[in-house]
Each structure stands twice: as C-alpha cells, then as structure tokens.
Design a binder for this molecule. Structure first.
Ligand code: KE4
Length: 435
C-alpha cells in the first residue's frame, strides 16, 4: 500500500496550509505517519489519492449516517445549487428544515441555523447568559463544544474553580466564567451549584460524550443535570452535534428521556454540508435578534444547498428508520472488537452507544476523561496503522468515535473484525510489546 501521492500532496499542502490540514485532528498528529488525502467516497468506502480503498469508520466525524455520496442527498444539493447557491435572504428550504427539526426534536420550539457546531454553541451560550442574566457556564472535562474562546478551558485547581485557558491566544478572563467538572460526577455538579448556583447561566453537556472517546452518561446523570439546573434557575444545554439524529431519531434527549432547555445540532443535520443549529424553548429563542436584543448573524446561515442536503437526509432517516439496524450492527462490531482483543490477549475497554463506539487501550472501565486518559496512546497508534494497512480507516486519535453508517454491511463488520484480530495480534506479539 503506497502513500506516495498523499506524501507529495502533504508537502505542498504544508507550504500553503498550517500543518497541511484545515482541522488539526486530520494531520495524524496523534498516531504519526502521513495523513491520507482522500479522493472519493461511496457508501461505507473511501479511496485515497493513491487509489487505496478503506472501510471508512470516521464518516467525516459523524455527518455521514447515510454513508458517502448518498444519491438522493447529492441530487438534492445539486438541484438546489442549480437554482442558486446562496441568496442572503430567507428561503423556503430553511422553513422546511426548521419544520423537520422541530418535528423530530419537540423540545426545539424555535431554531436558528448557522454554519458550524462551534458557532451554534457560542451563540447558544450568549443566549443563555442573556436569558438568565448570569455569566458562568459549567462544562465537563474531556467534552468538546467547538473552539470558541471561553470553552477552550481546562479545570482549575479544584472543583468550582474557574477555568484556565488551554491554548495561547485565549486571555485568562475569557475562560474565567467557565467551570470544568468531571463527566458522570453528580456530586461534583452538586458542589458547583452549591457554591456558584446563582451565577450559573447554563450547564453545557454532550449527553453522550464523543470527544473523549465515546462515554455514555451514567444512570441518572443526565437527570441530575436537569434537576440541578432547574433548582438553580440555570439552563440545561445539550450539545447534540454528534448525538442528534444518531443515537435516536429524536437525539439523545429522546433516548434518555431528559429534556434540555436548548439543544445544539450539526453534522448529520447538514447531510455533509457545513451547518450548525441551536434551538429550544420559544421564550428563550425569542430573545435572539431580530425578535430580541441578543445579536447573532451569519452570511451563509440557512444556506439553501446545505438545507436541501440536510432535509433530504432527515427525510431519508424518517422513511428508512435505520436506527434499529444500526444498533444491532454496531453492537456486533463492538462485540467483534472485544473478542478480537480477548483472543489477542490485549486489554481494551469498548464503549458503545447506538452507532458510535470507541475501543480504549486500557484495562480500566472508561466512564470519564480521567479513565479515558489511562489509555495507551502508543498502542492505539500501532492499532490505527495496523488497521489502515489492512484497509480500515479509523479515527486518527484515541479520543474520537468510530461512526457506523447505514451503508456499513455485515461484511464490512466482518472485514473490520478480521483486520482487528490481525492488528491486535501484532500488538500483543513479543516483538509487538508496547513501545
Ligand atoms: P464544528 O465547529 O467542528 O462544526 O463543531 C464543533 C463541535 C461541537 N460539539 C461537538 C459535540 C462536537 O463533536 C464538535 C466537533 N467534533 C469534532 C470531532 N469530534 C470535529 C472534528 C474536527 O475538529 O476536525
């Protein structure tokens, strides 16, 4: 398997684009080696510029629940583009997509479309702060909600201490209103509300964590967030950029029966085109300009091509209802990976929720970021390359999710598990001892 064309393109890209990529995780920094420049996708497969074929387990980080280049989605986008790619004026497509969102997720009474998950989260936090007239945001260690300054925060020295910037360029005051607590720790949430309750505008949570690897909410955890927020007069914001339309047709809020005040959407909603959305209770959303005083705007918000692709995707999900099949098939994949590791004598922990899963190279039960961080990253890197060499394209980071689409077949699952059996065997073999 050659990567000559990818290497040559990377050399050129690195001269023109920081790190040669337009989003850091794509650079293979966590696993080493040359990022594969992809040329084509169809269904569950992708091909790189050297002509190598892979079963794709990244799916563009979540949007492609219907697989690559689903004909009806492509046609809807082309048809919309032929009528005009953007107007900067209201269009019927935005109304149709908003109607589909509010029908699928009833807690969303009113919704604003934007161009990315980052933009949606940033705007929803501004709205929550305006609505509650408070400033603090509680987020969870290991969760990712896009790269807006205030959320690039890591936990301070103790619980309920103010967030510290995680990267240069973010002034300390920008993260001072962010409080970072461990995921799946209701007592930590209770402590924070005990000391800062009156100052907390919202609790922002991935209802199923996807950015520390997949970590499901512990029994009652999401209910505890609902109760604590309600009691303190704070808003509960579910970041469903990954989980929306993936873990359930109505999102994680439907799967777990916990209703947030605001919901963030993205990824699947755009059918592969740039999109984000935030919505929820009408009394909150009506504070948004031009209905209310909270400013938020975007040149390409509600873009007709993205709306058409997103609407086609939601309509196909509604008519084909793939979630049951995805649950079964991804369950078989998770079991197959667990068996492969057992047979190879390699300690792993696999978390799966619906059609998203992560195989952690640790002997711990992974229930939060601290336990996810016990993973052996060098082993993950070896596993990643062992799978890549066998035609399986995994996320190039231990702390991401494998996404299964409706186009992944039972044969694909078998192919992935066979490759895993071999790759894990190599890791476990004496010469394959962890570096
Ligand atoms: P975007 O700004 O990348 O559209 O969305 C940010 C975001 C918000 N909320 C959640 C729960 C997310 O997972 C994301 C983005 N997800 C990552 C992958 N875990 C995007 C991949 C990348 O950064 O290249």
């Amino acid at each position: 398997m050659t990567d000559a064309q990818s290497r040559s393109l990377l050399a050129e890209a690195a001269r023109l684009i920081p790190g040669g990529v337009n989003s850091p995780v794509r650079a293979f920094g966590a696993v080493g080696g040359t990022p594969r420049f992809l040329a084509r996708g169809s269904g569950s497969r992708v091909w790189d510029v050297d002509g190598n074929e892979y079963v794709d387990c990244v799916g563009s980080w979540g949007p492609l629940i219907l697989g690559h280049a689903r004909p009806e989605v492509v046609e809807a986008a082309c048809e919309a583009a032929r009528l005009g790619t953007t107007f900067g004026a209201p269009t019927e497509g935005e109304v149709l997509l908003a109607r589909a969102i509010t029908k699928a997720i009833p807690s969303i009474e009113s919704v604003r479309l934007v161009n990315s998950g980052t933009e949606a989260v940033m705007s929803a936090i501004r709205l929550a702060r305006a609505y509650t007239e408070r400033t603090k945001v509680v987020k969870f260690e290991g969760a990712y909600h896009g790269h807006s300054d205030g959320l690039l925060a890591r936990a301070g020295s103790g619980l309920a201490t103010l967030g510290l910037p995680t990267c240069p360029g973010v002034p300390p005051p920008w993260t001072a209103e962010t409080v970072v607590v461990p995921y799946n720790d209701p007592d930590a949430v209770e402590t924070v509300f005990g000391s800062l309750g009156e100052e907390i505008a919202c609790v922002l949570a991935e209802p199923v964590a996807g950015n520390m690897g997949v970590v499901p909410p512990a029994e009652g955890f999401l209910d505890s967030l609902r109760t604590a927020s309600e009691k303190a007069g704070a808003l509960l914001v579910f970041d469903e950029v990954i989980t929306g339309f993936r873990v359930h047709a109505g999102g994680a809020q439907a799967a777990y029966g916990v209703t947030p005040d605001l919901t963030i959407l993205g990824k699947i909603l755009g059918g592969g085109f740039p999109i984000g959305a935030f919505g929820g209770r009408r009394d909150i959303m009506d504070m948004l300009a031009p209905s209310g005083p909270v400013y938020q705007a975007g040149t390409l918000s509600g873009n007709p091509v993205a709306c058409a692709a997103g609407l086609a995707t939601l309509r196909l999900l509604e008519s084909e209802t793939p979630h049951g099949m995805l649950e079964r098939r991804t369950g078989r994949l998770a079991d197959g990976l667990r068996k492969a590791a057992r047979d190879a004598g390699v300690s792993v922990w696999v978390n799966r929720v619906a059609s998203m899963l992560t195989l952690f190279f640790t002997d711990q039960i992974v229930s939060n970021y601290a336990t996810a961080a016990t993973s052996d990253l060098k082993r993950y890197a070896r596993f990643f390359h062992g799978m890549l060499a066998r035609g399986v394209y995994l996320p190039p980071s231990q702390f991401e999710a494998i996404f299964v689409s409706a186009t992944h077949s039972d044969e694909d699952v078998g192919f992935i598990c066979e490759a895993a059996q071999a790759a894990l065997g190599e890791i476990a073999s004496p010469q394959g001892q962890p570096c």
